[in-house]
Design a protein around this ligand. Sequence first.
Ligand SMILES: C[S@@+](CC[C@H](N)C(=O)[O-])C[C@H]1O[C@@H](n2cnc3c(N)ncnc32)[C@H](O)[C@@H]1O
Length: 277
Amino acid sequence: MEVMLDHLPESSFNLGSVNVKDTTDTNEALCGFSNARGKPLYQYLEHNPAEGKKFGGYMRAQASAHGDQAIKDGYDWTSLKGKTLVDCGGSFGSVCAAIVQKEPSIKCIVQDLPKVVENANDVVSKNPKFPKDSITFQAHSFFEPQPTVADVYLFRQVFLNHSDARARTIFGALKDVLKPGAKVIVIEYVQPSMGEAPIYADMAHRRLDNTMYALMKGKVRELSEFKRVAAEAVPGLEFTSFKQGQFRATHDPRCHCVMEWTYNPKTNGEAAPTVAA
Ligand SMILES: C[S@@+](CC[C@H](N)C(=O)[O-])C[C@H]1O[C@@H](n2cnc3c(N)ncnc32)[C@H](O)[C@@H]1O
């Protein structure tokens, strides 16, 4: 609450001038937060370690309730036996830790910004329970071409931080390493279409959409928006499955949807997806 109350109101009050200056919504550095605080959110947190620590705690608190179970139940991880998975923007590796608990033969590489990787290595080295044999860390920005060839690229709670232009860059950065059959899995809130969800769940998603826009020019996307952005970025990325998250009144990892694309260079991305309940 403190993190949100410190920054969100002022970021929102700045949106009018942001929209006048960036009419095409493409300059992420110019957002409500950066107008209010002089820097984009993540840069600001890096320059203000006490704030960064509070914010990290807030993120962990959001994820901790039901987070591991939501990941384990969200996808058939056993189908990835023996595969290599890169978790892009994977923070301290908690998502991968839940995945390898479910399927220990998956080898995970958690990528994040250099400072985060440095902290993560430090934290996991002191945690005897962290599955170090299965999970390693690598500094890499997901805006730059992906250096690691893998079977699966995972993004959890990454795209909601970014505009469509940046989302296309993130998907596009995978282009050179995608092998036929490689999978891209995105776990995140998906905005229900109008009238699809109970009003309390619909409003929770729309509230988060407003928050992400004010803080980072990010957004909560509808499924059609995810499909469009991915198809525009990587021809041949075929949308292959969708698992609906629970409809709840609050932000909760159980509300995350799981989307899967499979790289098939011979198609135009129009395969009929599997839809899981
Ligand atoms: C909302 S957090 C999600 C973390 C993690 N995927 C999870 O679900 O718990 C977004 C993550 O993206 C990372 N990040 C931000 N910009 C990045 C970049 N350019 N390249 C790689 N990671 C980045 C942040 O450090 C943060 O760990």
